[in-house]
Design a protein. Structure first.
Length: 404
């Protein structure tokens, strides 16, 4: 225990991003917040930014703010996410609806572009909304869902994908980071394999955006969707973003034809004519309030750099695994994440039959991880708001709760 504490304190003392820990709102009664991969903490600057928005942007400028700033916010903020976090050139990313709605739009547009192909390939353990949307789109189009089986700890591998795709594959949908184990997929190799079969590739970035450098353009990705309330700290219900590679603009046509995606929004024409470029993937009125909180976090990530964030993520998760080995493995707790940080995202998952009850105890004691069915606890370590000592506190609390 003494060695672990000294190690954690040493890592924190050498942490080049340690100063950013004070940028977040304190949570009285919470000793360790280990769920930043589900809901990021709010920034201290946010209350004043919200007050300024109510007082000035909305309260004073009123409807004039639509012309002055809000109409272009979805694409401007999309471009900023593209530059800071996902390796996307301008004009390919837009902030719009929820993750589920954007997944539907992109899946539906992708399969409609390949009417002679009959299959959507998706991993059978992917996040429920991805699977449910894929099933719904397949049913609408008279297609088949081909379920890909992957190792539950190490995630989808290139061989799994190569064995699943064929000349019948229209679209492959995978998560860049597995929401259960944290396994990190090889984006470039898998995308190349999918293209080799003549299919389109859609990546879910919900557990990687803001914590792992993503290179969508460099990897030749066709489509991607990601949320903003995890590592981008946009708050509960903050909108998702969609990426559509420029080579598909004017080819893919999204299915939810709302007025905000029209070429001339205020012409009130009798027939829908889509806007050029990424803007056509907007449907309804942009959720301006929901876009406020993430802007401060993007400032922080840009200062720290996404590469710097990734390096701290590695030290946090490596230390979590080290603490697991010393403290929890002797109690028959299982490691359900890859050991190698290069193959792991921003969270570490551990398993034990008693973890459903343990999680209740932890939450009551102010230690906040999350439980994943059937018996997993995820330690979600958001690098800019989490210290190594906090990780150790969480691991020790798991030990104590198991003992009780």
């Amino acid at each position: 225990m003494t060695d672990l504490l000294a190690e954690a304190q040493g890592l924190d003392a050498r942490d080049p991003l340690a100063a950013h820990l004070d940028a977040f709102v304190e949570a009285p009664g919470v000793g360790a917040y280990l769920d930043g991969n589900s809901l990021g903490r709010p920034l201290r600057s946010l209350p004043e930014r919200l007050a300024e928005f109510v007082r000035d942007d909305w309260g004073t400028r009123l409807i004039r703010s639509w012309d002055e700033q809000w109409m272009d916010l979805p694409t401007e903020l999309g471009d900023r996410i593209g530059r800071v976090a996902i390796g996307a050139a301008v004009g390919q990313t837009v902030v719009a609806d929820s993750t589920t709605v954007l997944l539907y739009k992109l899946m539906r547009a992708a399969v409609a572009a390949s009417p002679d192909r009959t299959e959507i390939v998706i991993e059978e353990g992917n996040f429920p909304t991805d699977r449910f949307v894929a099933e719904g789109v397949a049913a609408e189009r008279g297609m088949t869902v081909r379920w890909l089986t992957a190792d539950p700890v190490h995630g989808v591998q290139i061989d799994d994908v190569a064995a699943a795709v064929s000349e019948q594959t229209a679209l492959v949908v995978l998560s860049h980071v597995d929401y259960r184990s944290g396994a990190l997929a090889d984006m470039k190799a898998i995308t190349d394999a999918v293209h080799g079969a003549g299919a389109l590739m859609l990546w879910d970035l919900c557990h990687s955006v803001g914590v792992i450098p993503v290179e969508l353009d460099a990897c030749g990705v066709d489509l991607a969707v990601g949320c903003t309330y995890k590592y981008l700290n946009g708050g509960p219900g903050s909108p998702a973003f969609a990426y559509v590679n420029a080579r598909h603009h004017g080819v893919l046509r999204q299915p939810v034809q709302g007025w905000m995606g029209a070429g001339d929004v205020f012409a009130m024409k009798s027939a829908y004519a889509p806007a050029n470029g990424i803007r056509q993937f907007i449907s309804g009125t942009p959720p301006v309030l929901g876009m406020l909180a993430m802007q401060g976090m993007l400032d922080l990530i840009e200062t720290a750099t996404i590469d710097g964030v990734r390096e701290k993520s590695k030290t946090l998760t490596d230390f979590a695994v080290r603490a697991f080995d010393d403290v929890l493995a002797p109690l028959d707790v299982r490691l359900l994440s890859p050991r190698d940080a290069e193959n792991r995202g921003g969270h570490v998952t551990i398993g034990h039959p008693d973890f459903a009850e343990v999680t209740k105890t932890l939450w009551a004691d102010g230690v906040i991880p999350d439980f994943r069915f059937p018996d997993g606890i995820r330690l979600g370590l958001s690098p800019l708001s989490t210290s190594h000592v906090e990780v150790l506190s969480g691991v020790l609390a798991v030990r104590d709760a198991l003992g009780s």
